[in-house]
Design a protein around this ligand. Structure first.
Ligand code: ZN
Length: 111
């Protein structure tokens, strides 16, 4: 690695690497390089209860949701299987009763 990341805590620029950890002299924060790499890639989607969702999970709607651009209303309690997480204005792609839907995880809970 030829460029040091900024400190994730205080955004300090004088980070150095002490063979195992990155160290920030400004705030004393230490963290492993691996964690930094993961957290920059990883995007986490949580349901309404704060449980982390993953591709392939099943979820249940916690409220009635109107589907944009249609008269369809998804009923509270509807179950979506095999969800797919996406990094967009919505964060869960799924199908309910064969209809492809784009949902927000705040209206879902893990089944
Ligand atoms: Zn710092």
């Amino acid at each position: 690695m030829d460029q040091m990341p900024n400190c994730p805590k205080c955004n300090g620029e004088y980070v150095y690497h002490d063979t195992i950890h990155f160290v920030c002299p400004d705030c004393g924060n230490e963290w492993s390089g691996e964690e930094v790499a993961q957290s920059s890639d990883e995007f986490i989607v949580k349901d309404s209860n704060g449980n982390q969702l993953q591709d392939g999970d099943s979820v249940i709607l916690i409220k009635d949701l109107k589907v944009k651009g249609s008269s369809l209303v998804l009923k509270k309690g509807s179950k979506a299987k095999n969800i797919r997480l996406v990094d967009s204005d919505h964060n869960v792609d799924c199908k309910i009763d064969g209809v492809s839907l784009a949902l927000k995880s705040e209206f879902l809970k893990k089944a």
